[in-house]
Design a protein around this ligand. Structure first.
Ligand code: GDP
Ligand code: MG
Length: 671
């Protein structure tokens, strides 16, 4: 017969032998508490235990009061119940009920070892200890019950002695088979007197000599009618008593908060097992130490669970970050994971010893941040990279086509790049760890500057090249013309044209350069390069126009103009009386005079003489040449030897013209 009418054993009605008859503690309590649905109860549960002689109806009472399923002795068989401690969950109540069996070894002449140990164990965990006894046992001061109570008091002094406020327990005396002849008040008085006597007789340690029973225990007394002789009254009284365990609002509610041992439900299994181990090995049970041990163990466990869930979450973004990806909203994710882990930890661990809880929390925070920090740093690195790439692209896009303002393009791209970096870096910052993105920002700014500098240099170069091309185009025709006309002040014209065109080129450079934010030094360098290139372009044009065949053609043309045409430009028809020799000599000499004119750049007007400034002469930094520019050498168009060679070649051609002229007169005579 048990307290459950339907009797089928669902998880909630399951019972567990937490200490077996070999005094071993069960490994299954945590799992059982889970099944009972008590693991997450926090402090929202109570523990009650029962003490008393065998077969005094303890199990029967518990089953009635709490709807538990403890074994009840079968009247017909009267089998011996085994020693041990059983636990059940109260039905529809957050109550752990412990049925302590075999506490009357004394009566059976057995060792009192278990009695003492189970008393220690029960006191260290229970809020209410039910002392169950028959009415006729009351007043039998020498009886088993009194010996048991003596044990309980002694053990309690050891446990809570120094700390009277820390471990108050309620002793609830339940007097069974109360016939009613002796009123409860009298029974209560008798029991109280006995308790006092026992208390006095205890050999207390010196420092606790003055302590009273009431410093540690509250006493409460109740009686139940005979279960068989007054069955109805028995049942109704049991119900009344039950109410005192369950109805928090009732004035005689038994589970006062002061009795709670403040062990969070999820730590009860570990705590009890530890207590039992200490008890078993006869070690002093120091409850504060036990609570700290429990806290360390549980806080570690809770922290491990929180950390592993956190690690699972963090892992999801590890690969993308390591792979160079900028994870959108990483900060928000990290904040959420971190907060969730700490909330989980706080929820379960904050109920434990505060010092331990806080210490382990700091460890957890460090562990969380050790996982997050590389993510943050990786995000910054990736952000840095992508922002720089975007900056370069934006620069190039901005510099495509015509009519852009370089400085504007750069400053806009720079602003956007740094803005994007800062916004995303700020998003990734989370409260707690002392992170900063300052260093990364500084290095990004430096790289942006160096990219912009390089770009400006390239752009400047492009611009100088463009100006050089225009320059070449502009000088081409006037130079060709001047060199063809071969006037005595030919070089004056050429140098004048050169200067005017160069002035225009320089002006054009300076106009464009203002948008490049070039330094004065860079401008000076660019202009020096531009001037030298201009001079080189001029020299190339002159070289082209004074190459040997061109030169010979020019001389020929010059000569022909003077020898084969008269002053008015009409072709000459030689007559015998004409002075061919004289005309030939004049034309030839005039033509030969041109060779020294062409051989050197030398204006008639000395003020037009040009010399490249010194900074245009240094070896170019682009590596195209390692030698300084020899400007003086460039003034010479061809050497004297080359001049003589030209003279000879021209003479031969002129002689041919002379012979042809002579022949033509002979031919005209012959006609
Ligand atoms: P325990 O050994 O103290 O747990 O006692 P049990 O609950 O197993 O009960 C032992 C025997 O006493 C059983 O046969 C019960 O039927 C009987 N019993 C239980 N409660 C009472 C009671 O209040 N009065 C009497 N007279 N017998 C009871
Ligand atoms: Mg029993």
């Amino acid at each position: 017969m048990n307290g459950l009418a339907n009797g089928h054993a669902d998880a909630v009605s399951e019972r567990l032998q937490i200490i077996n008859d070999e005094k071993k503690f069960t490994p299954d309590l945590t799992a059982q508490l889970e099944k009972w649905g008590l693991q997450d109860a926090g402090f929202g549960y109570n523990i009650v235990a029962v003490f008393g002689s065998q077969s005094t109806g303890k199990s029967t009472l518990l089953n009635r009061l709490f709807g538990t399923t403890f074994d009840v002795m079968d009247e017909t068989r009267r089998q011996q119940t085994t020693k041990g401690i059983w636990m059940c969950r109260g039905r529809d109540m957050n109550i752990m009920v412990m049925d302590v069996e075999g506490t009357d070894g004394r009566e059976r002449g057995e060792d009192q070892d278990f009695e003492r140990k189970s008393a220690l164990f029960s006191l260290a965990s229970s809020e209410v200890l039910i002392i169950n006894l028959w009415e006729h046992q009351v007043g039998l001061y020498q009886g088993a019950n009194m010996a048991l109570l003596k044990t309980v008091f002694e053990v309690n002094l050891g446990l809570f002695g120094k700390n009277a406020t820390g471990g108050r327990t309620l002793l609830l005396f339940v007097i069974r088979d109360h016939i009613g002849q002796t009123p409860l008040a009298n029974l209560q008085a008798t029991l109280t007197a006995d308790l006092m006597r026992i208390w006095e007789s205890l050999s207390k340690p010196q420092e606790l000599a003055d302590r009273q029973l009431s410093d540690y225990f509250d006493l409460s007394f109740t009686a139940l009618p005979h279960k068989i002789l007054a069955a109805d009254k028995f049942e109704s009284e049991v119900l009344n008593l039950r109410k005192r365990f369950t109805d928090k609002d009732s004035s005689d509610y038994l589970f006062k908060p002061a009795y709670h041992k403040r062990i969070p439900a999820d730590g009860v299994a570990f705590y009890m097992e530890n207590i039992w181990e200490q008890v078993q090995s006869n070690k002093d049970l120091d409850l504060p130490t036990q609570q700290e041990l429990l806290a360390q163990f549980r806080c570690d466990e809770i922290s491990t669970v929180a950390l592993s869930e956190f690690n699972e979450q963090a892992k999801s973004q590890k690969r993308p970050v390591e792979g160079g990806k900028v994870v959108d909203g990483l900060g928000e994710l990290m904040r959420t994971w971190r907060t969730e882990a700490l909330v989980r930890y706080d929820r379960d661990a904050s109920r434990y010893h505060q010092g331990v809880y806080k210490r382990k929390r700091a460890d957890l925070v460090a562990a969380l941040d050790a996982v997050l920090t590389p993510l943050f740093l990786g995000q910054l690195k990736n952000l840095h990279k992508t922002c720089l790439v975007a900056f370069k692209k934006e620069l190039l896009d901005g510099l495509r086509g015509e009519g852009y303002n370089f400085a504007d393009v750069v400053s806009k791209a720079r602003e956007r790049c740094l803005g994007r970096f800062e916004a995303a870096a700020k998003e990734a910052l989370i409260e707690g760890p002392e992170w900063t993105y300052e260093d990364e920002l500084v290095s990004l700014k430096e790289e942006v500057r160096s990219v912009a500098d390089q770009c400006r240099k390239d752009e400047t170069k492009k611009m100088v090249n463009q100006i050089e091309r225009t320059f070449k185009k502009q000088i081409s025709e006037p130079i060709e013309l001047a060199l063809t006309k071969a006037a005595p002040d030919m070089w004056d014209d050429i140098l004048r044209t050169f200067r005017q065109t160069l002035d225009k080129a320089e002006a054009s450079y300076l106009t464009k350069a203002t948008s490049f934010n070039c330094t004065d030094e860079e401008n000076a360098t660019s202009l020096a390069v531009l001037r030298r290139r201009a001079w080189q372009a001029l020299r190339e044009k002159i070289d082209e126009q004074t190459a040997e065949p061109v030169m010979l053609a020019k001389l020929r043309g010059h000569f022909e103009e003077r020898f084969r045409y008269d002053a008015t430009g009409v072709p000459r028809v030689w007559k015998p009386e004409d002075d061919i020799d004289g005309a030939f000599k004049v034309a030839k000499d005039q033509t030969l005079d041109l060779i020294p004119l062409y051989s050197k750049i030398q204006p008639t007007d000395a003020s037009l003489e040009y010399a490249l400034p010194a900074d245009s002469l240094v070896a170019p930094t682009d590596g195209s040449s390692s030698e300084d520019y020899d400007f003086a050498a460039t003034l010479v168009i061809f050497s004297e030897t080359k001049g003589l060679e030209l003279t000879q070649k021209f003479r031969r051609e002129a002689d041919a013209y002379y012979v042809e002229a002579k022949r033509s007169t002979v031919a005209s005579i012959a006609q």
